[in-house]
Design a protein around this ligand. Structure first.
Ligand SMILES: Cc1cc2nc3c(=O)[nH]c(=O)nc-3n(C[C@H](O)[C@H](O)[C@H](O)COP(=O)(O)O)c2cc1C
Ligand code: SF4
Length: 421
């Protein structure tokens, strides 16, 4: 039986309360970490091979290693709990069910990078998670896990909760920083990268909730134990949120490298009665779609999905059945991305908007012959041409939905109606 790194407390009643969390072994990793030098903690995380779970998969220990220690400026940690990608709801499960695991992981990261002030940026719509976190932070202060001289180790850390106002773009790391500074959530041009010049111009690490929540296990059990799970290049476990017409939608922790079909059939229970699989979006709404045939051959790790022309992304697993129209699916996405574009870059502002207008027309049976190629052309001109990758997040689905399901788009244009009434 595989060790559960992230969800072992999900079935423990009231694990969000500090006393219950402590009984499950919570906060023990801090004592071990405080007996190590910060650089040793970074080394252990590097050795574990943990990769960021916010979407890009960048190695966590390596990112921490980029933080300059001698600038005389404070170093900040920003915990990214914005989670607004359609189909992705895995961080929310940690925030609601096991908030102390995230706090413990955040203390470990802060200690390693030399941070004494951390900010938790939470999606504005998350109400229960916010309440759970507020209580958990208060409990952690009362128990001496936060504040001055933590566990008598001479280390100080303050943790502040900051609520977003419901903008998807504020999950992008530099937009998050702008928003935290009290400004409009506009992504910044990189470089400089946040590790060197982040919050208030100071060195800053931004990590995802799931990334940080894996740290107590890694420090307590050691990098070797973590690496025993998953594959060589994609070690550990990953949370997947599964939605769509499956029998058991929900959040599942699986070892990386698991065949995609196993998650679909064994964890999510397969499709609802009478439904036939058409496609799966494996990593949140922005990654290329996989056909039912591809689903049979792909494993859930960074390398396999990339080799199959898609991405692991955030782990939001969207299942689409044979009765659902891909033109409608793409129209919904274009609506979302055009609405959430911050508008700074014209290829994104105009490209997402025009893609939506064209798709809406096509979906309503008023498409024109040149529309499919026009959409592809807009997608090509959006990708790689903007400050952040929100534009690519629509360009990738446009290219893959049309490449794999072109006949459905052609039917809409030719017959002026949907194949799936
Ligand atoms: C448009 C956009 C939205 C994003 N939203 C989130 C988010 O909600 N949560 C998150 O952790 N990362 C999000 N990211 C990725 C972050 O920019 C960043 O890579 C991540 O928080 C780093 O954490 P990690 O290294 O632990 O993965 C988003 C990126 C983009 C481009
Ligand atoms: S790509 Fe879009 S969302 Fe990102 S900065 Fe440019 S306009 Fe804003």
């Amino acid at each position: 039986m595989m060790d559960l790194v992230l969800t072992k407390n999900f079935t423990t009643p009231n694990a969000y309360q500090v006393e219950v969390y402590e009984k499950t072994g919570g906060y023990q990793s801090l004592r071990k970490a405080f007996g190590m030098k910060p650089t040793e903690v970074i080394e252990e995380v590097k050795k574990s091979g943990l990769r960021g779970r916010g979407g890009a998969g960048f190695p966590a220990g390596m990112k921490w290693g980029f933080v300059p220690q001698n600038t005389g400026k404070p170093i900040y940690l920003c915990i990214n709990a914005d989670e607004s990608e359609p189909g992705t709801f895995k961080d929310r499960a940690i925030l609601e069910k096991d908030p102390h695991r995230l706090i413990e992981g955040s203390i470990l990261c802060s200690y390693a990078i030399g941070c004494h002030t951390a900010y938790l940026y939470i999606r504005g719509e998350f109400d229960l998670p916010r309440r759970r976190l507020e209580e958990a932070i208060q409990e952690a202060y009362q128990k001496g896990y936060l504040g001055k001289n933590i566990l008598g180790a001479g280390y100080n850390l303050d943790l502040y909760l900051h609520r977003g106002a419901g903008a998807y773009i504020c999950g992008e790391e530099t937009a998050l920083l702008e928003s935290l500074e009290g400004k409009r959530g506009y992504p910044r041009i990189k470089p400089p990268f946040p590790a060197v010049q982040g919050l208030f111009g100071c060195p800053t690490v931004i990590n995802n909730v799931e990334t940080l929540s894996a740290l107590p296990y890694i420090i307590e059990r050691g990098a070797e134990a973590y690496k025993k799970i998953g594959t060589e290049k994609s070690p550990g476990t990953k949370l997947f949120s599964v939605c769509g017409p499956v029998k058991k939608p929900g959040v599942y922790e699986v070892p990386l490298g698991l065949p995609l079909r196993t998650l679909l059939r064994e964890q999510a229970g397969g499709l609802q009665d009478g439904k036939v699989l058409k496609a799966v979006v494996p990593g949140g709404s922005s990654v290329p779609v996989l056909t039912a045939q591809e689903v049979e051959q792909v494993n859930l790790d960074y390398e396999s999905l990339q080799a199959a022309g898609s991405l692991l992304g955030s782990g939001g697993f969207i299942v689409i059945d044979e009765g659902y129209c891909m033109v409608r699916a793409l129209t919904n996405l274009a609506h979302f991305y055009s609405h959430e574009s911050c508008g700074q870059c014209s290829p994104c502002r105009e490209g997402t908007g025009w893609s939506y207008q064209i798709l809406k027309r096509m979906e309503a049976g008023r498409g024109e012959e040149r529309d499919i190629d026009l959409l592809l052309d807009i997608g090509r001109k959006m990708s790689g041409a903007t400050i952040c990758v929100l534009a690519d997040a629509l360009a990738m689905p446009i290219a893959s939905y049309i490449a794999k399901f072109r006949h459905e788009f052609e039917y809409h244009v030719r017959e002026k109606k949907c194949l799936f009434p």
